[in-house]
Design a protein. Structure first.
Length: 456
């Protein structure tokens, strides 16, 4: 039988409405409630090992279905880590959806305060998160270095400002090349952001049906270094058309659907104006820097198009300026500086819309190089990790925290450790098909390309 205890408590300057609820008689405890308007959940294992994992959830677009905050990159992550004895905590953040990075850091530290006062002081506290939540975890450790013992950031667009500017580049190229005469498509400060997104997605849907349109979709996607592989379960398409159809799905759903005009409007509402810009960007030079350059040239040859003419069209198109105060807001609240004194482990797929190039950029920012280990899983799509791979990444971090030295991160050892956890923890989720399937661990040695539009 479940026991429900309702408590209303005021702690320090925080207004906390708490509804702790004891779990089944397994000995575990579940606490839910609000801290200054941000919903939270804390899960305690039957036997706590003294480690708290505080999880930051990803960027949620407007309209995301409401559900209780939880832990982990996968829905089964929570069960696994509770069975291992970890305490888990997660805030849903004030505002919940959209670009709430500033609020997220404040709400996570408020949750850590609550945990220490109502549950106990952890022996070690690890900040972790997936996608945009990984950036939040890094920011949390940088702003509160004495409270966080280590960070595990998964599938993270670490330079969020750079990622959003690359998304703008993709949207700008798509509009200029596929729908230049459509006045309803506005990329920033849009009067009707949803209509802008819908019209640009329609242009992609029409363009994908012709070789010329496909070549232009490939060119636009190259400005974000996006690879035409959209399945965690199936191999990369072998044909140019197959790869561009994968690019169209990734770009339409992500760069346009989430981070196009609607995402830019949300971003501007938090930053106090538009921070995104492409003034001064030389797209011909960006293509030369892109690791998709050769692929784009092949697509243009197949389509019988003149790549130089399309690059000239991009060069001549009116540019978008950032508002200085909004740009400074982004640099202050949304871009890690690489100054966290605690150890950091990052986990990234080799192919992802949030490109692994962020890892190379972050490694260049970290002041204490010995405090960073970057792990790569050779698989496509966003956050396509198994619980076993997530566990091995966490063990790597905890070994460094506990012993003061890093274990070997040779992919063979990492894969053997993940394999030993068994098939129950080897499910991979595939965004493209909305399905799960068992896959062997895929840690690999990988060197990402440079980030095309770093914020600094």
């Amino acid at each position: 039988m479940k026991r429900f205890i309702k408590i209303v408590a005021a702690v320090a300057a925080l207004s906390m409405l708490l509804t702790p609820a004891a779990a089944e008689t397994s000995g575990r405890q579940t606490y839910t409630g609000e801290i200054d308007g941000a919903a939270f959940k804390v899960e305690m294992p039957e036997r706590w090992n003294g480690t708290l994992l505080i999880f930051s959830h990803p960027y949620y677009p407007d309209g995301m279905p409401a559900f209780p905050p939880g832990y982990g990159n996968r829905v089964d992550s929570e069960r696994f880590f509770l069975e291992q004895g970890y305490a888990l905590a997660a805030s849903d953040f004030r505002g919940r959806t959209g670009f709430v990075v500033k609020e997220a850091v404040r709400d996570q530290i408020g949750l850590l305060d609550w945990f220490e006062q109502h549950v106990g002081r952890p022996r070690r506290t690890v900040a972790t998160g997936s996608s945009g939540g990984g950036t939040i975890s890094l920011l949390l450790a940088e702003q509160f270095p004495r409270r966080i013992d280590g960070v595990l950031a998964m599938c993270t667009p670490i330079d969020l400002y750079g990622q959003l500017n690359m998304s703008l580049d993709i949207n700008f190229a798509l509009k200029t090349l596929l729908a230049p005469q459509d006045p309803a498509i506005e990329l920033v400060n849009a009067r009707d952001p949803k209509m802008s997104v819908s019209r640009l997605q329609a242009a992609i849907a029409a363009g994908i049906e012709t070789p010329q349109g496909r070549a232009r979709i490939a060119l636009a996607s190259a400005f974000g270094n996006v690879t035409g592989w959209n399945s965690a379960l199936d191999p990369k398409p072998s044909s140019i058309e197959g790869q561009i159809r994968a690019l169209a799905a990734i770009t339409s759903g992500g760069s346009v659907g989430v981070f196009g005009a609607v995402g830019q409007a949300d971003l501007a509402s938090h930053a106090g104006g538009n921070p995104s810009y492409n003034v001064g960007v030389d797209y011909a030079r960006q293509l030369l820097k892109s690791d998709q350059s050769a692929f784009v040239r092949s697509a243009y040859r197949e389509a019988g198009l003149d790549l130089g003419k399309d690059l000239a069209r991009l060069a001549a198109a009116p540019r978008i300026s950032a508002e200085p105060a909004a740009r400074q807001w982004m640099l202050r609240y949304a871009v890690p500086r690489g100054t966290a004194p605690s150890p950091v482990v990052t986990l990234h797929n080799t192919v992802d819309l949030a490109v692994a190039d962020h890892e190379r950029w972050y490694a260049e920012q970290v002041r204490a190089e010995g405090e960073l280990r970057q792990l790569f899983v050779d698989r496509a799509t966003h956050c396509a990790f198994t619980v076993a791979e997530e566990s091995v990444a966490l063990d790597t971090l905890l070994t460094r925290i506990d012993r003061g030295r890093w274990p070997t991160t040779d992919p063979r050892r990492l894969n053997a450790s993940a394999l030993a956890l068994g098939e129950d923890w080897s499910q991979v989720y595939d965004f493209a098909t909305n399905t799960d399937a068992v896959r062997p661990p895929a840690f690999a040695t990988y060197r990402p390309s440079p980030l095309l539009r770093p914020s600094r």
